[in-house]
Design a protein around this ligand. Sequence first.
Ligand code: SAH
Ligand code: SF4
Ligand code: F3S
Length: 440
Amino acid sequence: MKTYNIITYGCQMNEHDSENIAGLLEAMGYTHEDDAFKADVTVINTCSVRDNADKRFFGVLGQFKKVRKNNPDFVLCVCGCMPQQPHIVEKINKQFSWVDIVFGTQNIAQFPQLLEQRLTTGRRQRAIVDNNPVITEDEMKPKRMYRHKALVNITYGCNNFCTYCIVPYTRGREKSRVMSEVVREIECLAQDGVKEVMLLGQNVDSYRDPAGHSFADLIKAVNDIDGIERIRFMTSHPKDISDEMIDCFRTCDKLCHNIHLPVQSGSDRILKRMNRHYDTARYLEIVDKLRAVCPDITISTDIIVAFPGETEADFEETLNIAKRVRYDSAFTFIYSPRKGTPAASFPEQIPDGIAHKRFDRLVDVMNSISLEKNLEYKDKVYDVLVEGVSKNADDAYAGRTDGFKLVNFTSDRKPEDIIGTTVKVRITESKTFSLEGVEV
Ligand code: SAH
Ligand code: SF4
Ligand code: F3S
């Protein structure tokens, strides 16, 4: 029996791509091996969104040199967002010659063929495709990570070209899947026992299928599928979110009361330089509408600190919007220049020292708000969809509330009886990043 392992970095898009790659390998007769250094085929699915992702990848790649040397039959594959950049492929070819196969984000379906060729000819395989208009999702049989929740792509690529971001270059132009095909996939998932779907796109709000269906139409169609209990989506873009979509929080009972709405900066001047196409007034108007339609909605965000040209005054506006919105949680990043993006060559790059100080100040503000918000949950009872055994303690379980709060809780029930079900949990303790409780 031949074995495989996949190392995945980056976002949910990559996680789902890895599920598809695992499905392709299993169809070829491979079985999963937990240790990436012992498998016959190891795939590294890469991310390039910030420089630390790049660094981590090259570090890991170095560790495989010995494996390849000791076992000439070992096959090392690299895919994902890094090889979509020609300078990265060049670097792999020059400095990491033990990489056997390199493919990209837009030709995953080609992987089995590349692997066959490598095995029969012994030759290195390199195949990268840019802006592939063909969607192969319907041909895939992903090996899913969870039994009860599933990632479902609705769009690929991105057309927004935020000036800091590499994604439009690594994922190509935006394309939407046909609504009926998404619905058919989710119907099959529901029959397999999946209760929660996460609809994925770099900008779900710009979803439009060839028949003209919008993202709101899609949510409504998924809401009608029997067996599905929770619908989530990622990521919303403030420039494209529609009132019709916001209204789905009222009309679609399965749509979770949670939204990830990246603001990126609280300064209109910086938002313009980021090419985000909204200002803070518009952003706050959306937040107010969401809360009017769905008062208990939880809101998370992404923020970039120290974008080129960010002044102390710009940064304080970011602190202000954070305090005004009072986010449940936030992903905060220090700006990282990405080769080939406009912002990388903007003048006024911010020195590391200032960037780190601003970052720490922002994290302090965000964390104290998150904790205050979580304290409101104490002593109340919530429905929790149980995802598995808790990472913190073997005798506890972990799950999520409708609003995506992570809850670690205790229960007398056995894992096989409780995982994948929705249970009532009383919150006993609130922390910054999670809640604790007991099943009632
Ligand atoms: N399509 C999504 C997610 C893109 S990547 C969106 O538009 O929100 C996830 C987050 O990484 C972004 O929201 C942004 O906050 C951050 N990010 C992207 N490029 C970055 C860079 N060059 N430096 C720092 N953070 C970055
Ligand atoms: Fe990147 Fe902007 Fe596209 Fe998000 S919307 S993937 S931040 S270019
Ligand atoms: Fe990273 Fe590519 Fe996702 S750069 S964040 S894996 S789209």
